[in-house]
Write a protein that binds this ligand. Structure first.
Ligand code: NAD
Length: 430
């Protein structure tokens, strides 16, 4: 199949590369020339495990190429995936201007029957709007179909997730388009769920909103545990082993971040509002998530009392491990909050430092956890990188001014930490 992937970001680049690896011919398009030039030189713009060798392999096999020329790429393709960003507007609604822009250009370009696939996460009814737009600008009345094919990959394990999905959702109202989509995904041998376009769009928003709900739910329980003297880790195991509940996404901490959950939850609230439904549950989920960061700041201030002029060491900046993505990372609010009170921040992240430098100012970036710990009044863990679990805690203790660790990700056992001589503060535990 000849495929054009518009948008070579976290989703587009991974999806395009994996589709090429499945045997399709893929042209990835992006408007950022530097990104495309780098990809053509073999430089991968993001950190994503396993992606670099896969790009190299498929480029060499001539199944994968990169360009800024959308029209030429669309003309050579049977299927065009739209994988551009759908960031939140100030109001919380999804900004669909990038999707509209691509739909318009595709409409003006197509010369033969083409399937146009919404890969980006979009609110319900976007498919209809995309169809209208294409009809409007497709002056030659070339036949086309629109398909919703939401993506469920997770940054940090994106290649693995794409290649082994729990399901592939195909929302379409044409048999021809459904068959083409099935043919594309056939090599994955995955469960395919075929629905109408609107249901597919809602499946994505509902899935992310549900996962965000699970996180906020366990964080709310963590707060009750903390107040009552119970232990959230034990509660999560006790709850999660019930197969109806499941253990995943029951990790208490400083809440969710990233480019998906916050934006998709608020977009879902907004689109529901448009239909006249007040999605109070999701509003509470958002509030709990925001409060969790504030509560964590209070925890730090409770231990250190005055943070002004104190050196505070931060471990982890990315919104989660195994990515360099800083979008909506809890670290941003927490570091900003500490800086506002006059704290001096030094930080380390295995992959996100370069991204962080563009967002967080007046931070001393360090080369490893030990440099962060040196003479710091306390060490604060914000991302659960495996590397932190494996660090030499005795060495850390010697380097710190005070043996204090405030752990926003519950990485260590509190009893072990006390035995090691730390004052250890975590989430939802004594
Ligand atoms: P991203 O910002 O990393 O990538 C988007 C890319 O699109 C950018 O490189 C941008 O330059 C490019 N672009 C914008 N307008 C363009 C145009 N007119 N022509 C060509 N390229 C254009 O975003 P992302 O994280 O890959 O997310 C893309 C979509 O996928 C979003 O809707 C997101 O919600 C969804 N999604 C993301 C994830 C994730 O983990 N990041 C997972 C599932 C779904």
């Amino acid at each position: 199949m000849k495929i054009c992937m518009v948008g070579a970001g976290y989703v587009g680049l991974v999806t395009g590369t994996c589709l090429a690896d499945m045997g399709h011919n893929v042209i990835c398009v992006d408007i950022i020339k530097e990104k495309i030039d780098n990809l053509n030189k073999g430089i991968i713009p993001i950190y994503e495990p396993g992606l670099e060798p896969l790009v190299k392999k498929n480029k060499e096999a001539k199944r994968l190429s990169f360009t800024t020329d959308l029209k030429a790429a669309v003309n050579k393709s049977d299927v065009v995936f739209i994988a551009v960003g759908t960031p939140p507007k100030e109001s919380g609604e999804a900004d669909l201007s990038y999707v509209e822009n691509v739909a318009r250009q595709v409409a003006e370009t197509i010369e033969k029957y083409t399937v146009i696939v919404e890969k980006s996460t979009v609110p319900v009814e976007t498919g209809e709007k995309v169809k209208q737009t294409i009809k409007l600008y497709n002056k030659k009345n070339i036949p086309f179909d629109v398909v919703s094919n939401p993506e469920f990959l997770r940054e940090g394990s994106a290649v693995e997730d794409f290649m082994n999905p729990d399901r592939v959702v195909i929302g379409a109202d044409s048999k021809k388009a459904i068959n083409i989509m099935k043919e594309i995904y056939e090599p994955l041998n995955a469960l395919m769920i075929v629905t109408d376009i609107k249901s597919a769009e809602i499946i994505k928003h509902a899935s992310n909103s549900f996962l965000a709900t699970k996180i906020s739910f366990i964080n709310a329980i963590a707060n009750v545990c903390e107040k009552s003297g119970a232990d959230i880790e034990k509660v999560a195991i006790g709850m999660g082993t019930d197969r109806r509940i499941g253990r995943n996404f029951l990790n208490a901490g400083i809440g969710y971040g990233g480019s998906c959950f916050p934006k998709d939850a608020s977009a879902f609230i907004k689109i529901s509002e448009k239909f006249g439904y007040d999605f109070e549950l999701m509003k509470a989920v958002e509030k709990i998530n925001k409060d969790q960061r504030k509560l964590f700041l209070k925890k730090i201030e409770k231990v250190l009392w005055i943070v002004k002029d104190k050196k505070i060491g931060i471990l982890g900046l990315a919104f989660k491990p195994n990515t360099d993505d800083m979008r909506e990372a809890p670290s941003i609010d927490i570091i900003n909050g500490l800086q506002k009170e006059g704290a001096k921040i030094r930080a380390y992240d295995p992959e996100a430092t370069e991204t962080a430098k563009k967002i967080l100012k007046d931070v001393e970036y360090c080369k490893d956890p030990y440099e962060v710990a040196k003479d710091a009044e306390a060490l604060v863990i914000l991302t659960e990188w495996k590397q932190f679990k494996e660090m030499d805690l005795d060495k850390i203790k010697k380097l710190l001014k005070n043996p204090i660790i405030i752990d926003g990700r519950n990485m260590f056992d509190p009893d072990d930490m006390v035995k090691k001589g730390f004052k250890y503060i975590s989430i939802g535990r004594k």
